[in-house]
Design a protein around this ligand. Structure first.
Ligand SMILES: Cc1ncc(C[n+]2csc(CCOP(=O)(O)OP(=O)(O)O)c2C)c(N)n1
Ligand SMILES: [Mg+2]
Length: 555
């Protein structure tokens, strides 16, 4: 091109932003409002002050005292509302502290737009104090990491992160140098992001329904397996219809984040074992297993051998591409499960079969006599008698998880939630964010004493912002599941117990109401007092219940 050619209209000269006085920060607030992201969970530092100073009145700032809490709160808020949350983290140390929680958010499929502060662009090359090597810090856990090339690209990057968080359901990061906020916005260029609605196709393709109907049509003894990806009212309803038509038992994936089927339904067959031999044995009676909203199959401890017998065919339906792709399945449908299952329920022929025998439940243990210790089973039985059907039970109590599943079935969508990545420290913040999102839905988190200490700061947020979450801490004085797993290997625990820690005292130190309970009478009286307040309470409460460790781990 000749050097003398006049600049084109869209050439560099014409690209300079018009001097409107509007800043990147102003443009960002507009877009956050447009996307309903006006509640911000944050733990800020100096790299975020330029963004936060003089926050407009219509934004609600929620402080978490540790980044684990910030992302846990955001996750609970996102899951509770079914929409993205907005989080703000400080540069390296802030993002670094949040990585485990971001991994949990990813596996729990919680959409979160995470703004991460960075040093000033103009001297980043010198790696000044607080500059961060941020883009790879959270590894592969974010669904997207945006590093805007110019300050003016920040709002569009946030909008793309919003889309990514929704489409891929997970945390999407936007790294923003601190000087960007005061830079002049570029309102002259079209946005590099969809500014309107992104419509995601949800209906079932006829050929997908046809293939699955054929898969089930060839079966003599079908079974369903459901997982966290089926936890919504439409999918539950479709799965109930499908299971009833097929007279098929419905199993829940092991170690999933959420329940994919009403667990008080007569066809609910319980939780799949998390190792291959027991999984294979459980599924052996079935010649066709349709897995909905879960991978085939979610496992914990490795054991050799195949997951299923050769006589068991497996098909998967889900909208999480990675989960679907890694499934050990002969047929997979990548689509939102509700529409597929609804059509499938209409399409399959009703099967003539005897309903499966009701699953066996754990026997009740009588209340402790004089001098006998309180046990987790007493707490769970007492909760089971009292919790209303719409309660959300958030689980983070490893050794007692199997009994929590047994005694506290999910009876409504979102009736159960846990941190599916396996990292502890979600329950206190997660329950707080959930309750903020659903201020009238009863929320009880059942939390191990060890687990509570990975995220205890969240109780301050709940108390400060008057959030009515209730946590029941099972204070068995140690990492009991680890003790039990070590025993299985014929070993004794290398790690000490910590019975001297009083979680209630720590919570009170954070300004959060808390009670320590050590007798069955106190337990029953407290639950009789507290459970009726669960729908409407606006004060958190931590119940620190001293128990003897559960003797066996059934997981
Ligand atoms: C952040 C994090 N650190 C360590 C672990 C490993 N871990 C798994 S279970 C467990 C013990 C949990 O103790 P507690 O919450 O008291 O439950 P209990 O085993 O007593 O039921 C530990 C430390 C983990 N899962 N997450
Ligand atoms: Mg414990």
């Amino acid at each position: 091109m000749a050097r003398t050619e006049a600049p084109r209209r869209d050439g560099p000269a014409a690209a300079a932003p018009a001097a409107t006085g509007r800043t990147v920060r102003d443009a960002t607030f507009d877009l956050l409002r447009r996307r309903g992201l006006t509640t911000m969970f944050a733990n800020p530092g100096s790299t975020e002050i330029s963004f936060l100073s003089g926050l407009p009145d219509d934004f609600h700032f929620v402080l978490g005292l540790h980044e684990n809490a910030v992302i846990g709160l955001s996750s609970g808020w996102a899951i509770g509302r079914g929409e993205p949350a907005l989080a703000l983290l400080h540069t390296t140390a802030g993002l670094g502290n949040a990585v485990g929680a971001l991994a949990t958010a990813r596996v729990n499929r919680a959409p979160i737009v995470v703004l991460v502060g960075q040093q000033d662009r103009r001297h980043l090359a010198f790696e000044p104090f607080l500059s961060g090597r941020l883009s790879g810090l959270a590894g592969e856990y974010p669904v997207r990491v945006e590093t805007p090339v110019r300050a003016q690209d920040v709002p569009d990057a946030i909008e793309r992160a919003y889309h990514a968080a929704v489409t891929s359901r997970g945390p999407a990061l936007v790294i923003v140098p601190m000087d960007d906020w005061a830079s002049e916005a570029d309102d002259s260029r079209e946005p590099a992001a969809v500014s309107g609605e992104v419509i995601r196709a949800a209906e079932a393709a006829p050929e997908a329904v046809e293939a699955l109907a054929a898969f089930l049509g060839e079966a003599d003894s079908p079974a369903l397996v459901v997982g966290a990806g089926a936890d919504d009212a439409d999918t539950w309803a479709a799965l109930v219809e499908l299971a009833e038509k097929l007279v098929a038992p419905v199993y829940q994936e092991s170690f999933g984040a959420r329940a994919g089927f009403p667990q008080d339904h007569p066809l609910f067959a319980g939780f799949l074992p998390s190792d291959r031999p027991r999984l294979r044995e459980t599924l052996a009676p079935y010649d066709a297993v349709l897995v909905v909203g879960a991978p085939a199959f979610r496992q914990s401890a490795y054991q050799p051998g195949p997951m299923t017998e050769p006589t068991t065919r497996v098909a998967v339906v889900g909208d999480d591409a990675e989960e679907v792709h890694r499934s050990a399945a002969g047929l997979a449908v990548l689509a939102p499960p509700a529409g597929v299952c609804r059509e499938l329920a209409r399409r399959v022929a009703a099967r003539e079969a005897e309903p499966p025998a009701p699953r066996t439940r754990m026997p009740l243990t009588p209340p402790p006599g004089p001098g006998e210790p309180l046990l987790a089973t007493h707490i769970l039985a007492a909760l089971a008698e009292r919790l209303p059907p719409d309660a959300i039970v958030l689980e983070e109590a490893p050794v007692d998880r199997p009994e929590i599943h047994d005694r506290l079935p999910a009876r409504q969508p979102l009736g159960f939630l846990s941190a599916a990545q396996g990292g502890l420290g979600f329950a206190l913040a997660g329950a707080t964010g959930l309750r903020m999102a659903q201020p009238h839905r009863p929320i009880v988190a059942v939390v191990g004493d060890g687990a509570s200490l990975y995220g205890i700061q969240a109780v301050w947020t709940a108390a400060h912002y008057r959030v009515g979450a209730v946590w029941v801490v099972l204070s068995n004085g140690g990492y009991v599941v680890m003790d039990r797993l070590a025993e299985r290997q014929g070993a004794t625990s290398t790690w000490p117990g910590f019975a001297e820690i009083e979680v209630a005292a720590i919570a009170r130190g954070f300004g959060c109401p808390a009670r320590r309970i050590s007798t069955h009478d106190e337990l029953v009286a407290t639950l009789d007092e507290i459970v009726p307040t669960l729908h409407e309470r606006d004060e958190p409460l931590l119940l620190d219940v001293v128990i003897a460790p559960t003797a066996t781990f059934a997981g």
